[in-house]
Design a protein around this ligand. Structure first.
Ligand SMILES: [Zn+2]
Length: 252
């Protein structure tokens, strides 16, 4: 089974933010333990007496308001976010990153989370279809943070069977997404960091975190399929997602 851990960054309703991002990482089930071990090791360097109490939540680390982040310098805290992303970047070749950045005002009247979730489900489904073409017949399962404050995401997950049929993505995906507690899942924490890195890239033009993982988004035939920049404001956008679609020559 291929597991796609997803989390969101930015808010659908905050007018101060231009973007909403849904993103995460697909891993083969047997690889999940490695991520837990590596992030536990990193947590031990931050809080040796209670590494399991350290939850990596990128926006909290960045804002440095809570323990153990409030005792860090800005550079130290930003270094932790990069270290989490580096663990993900240096993981298995078969771990694939996915993210969808929605420019909210390009989709008036639509719920940006719904646009992002539909887009990511179909990206993951197409990725699994490609693996099937190479003989890998494993199915995919979506795993979401249960505290996802976006009720839209929870509603869509509950209606996934109906929506998946409508979107045409039930072929390769298990029919019900799972919700897990981010405190207990290091992979949801990795997904949180990937979503945050993409959010900073698009919402704040801050590519420091995105650059750590930019090479790891799912791609084939020169197109970065794993990263989508959904916007109607800049037809000549030079981001890797937009650029690869303009110059890529997909064969299928
Ligand atoms: Zn772009």
């Amino acid at each position: 089974m291929h597991l796609l851990y997803l989390d969101d960054a930015g808010s659908a309703h905050n007018p101060a933010e231009e973007y909403l991002v849904l993103g995460g990482v697909s891993v083969f089930e047997a690889q999940a333990y490695w991520f837990t071990q590596e992030l536990d090791k990193l947590a031990t360097t931050i809080c040796p007496s209670d590494p399991h109490g350290v939850e990596f939540h990128a926006s909290e680390i960045f804002s440095r308001r809570k323990h153990p982040w409030k005792d860090m310098t800005r550079e130290e805290a930003q270094g932790v976010i990069k270290a989490v992303l580096a663990v993900a970047r240096n993981s298995f070749d078969t771990a694939r990153f996915f993210a969808c950045a929605i420019h909210k005002s390009s989709f008036p009247g639509r719920d940006p989370m719904e646009v992002a979730f539909e887009d990511l489900c179909s990206r993951f489904d197409r990725y699994l279809a490609r693996l099937r073409g190479d003989g890998d017949r494993q199915r995919g399962l979506l795993i979401l943070d249960e505290s996802a404050h976006e009720t839209t995401l929870q509603r869509m997950a509950l209606e996934f069977r109906t929506l998946g049929t409508k979107w045409g993505v039930v072929r390769n995906l298990a029919e019900t997404p799972l919700f897990v507690n981010s405190r207990a899942s290091r992979l949801v924490q990795v997904a949180d960091h990937i979503a945050y890195a993409v959010f900073r890239r698009y919402n704040a033009c801050d590519a420091r975190y995105f650059d750590v993982i930019a090479s790891r988004f799912d791609s084939s035939d020169g197109v970065v399929h794993g990263l989508a920049h959904k916007q109607l404001v800049d037809p000549s956008c030079m981001c890797p997602a937009c650029m690869s679609r303009r110059v890529g020559r997909p064969t299928a």
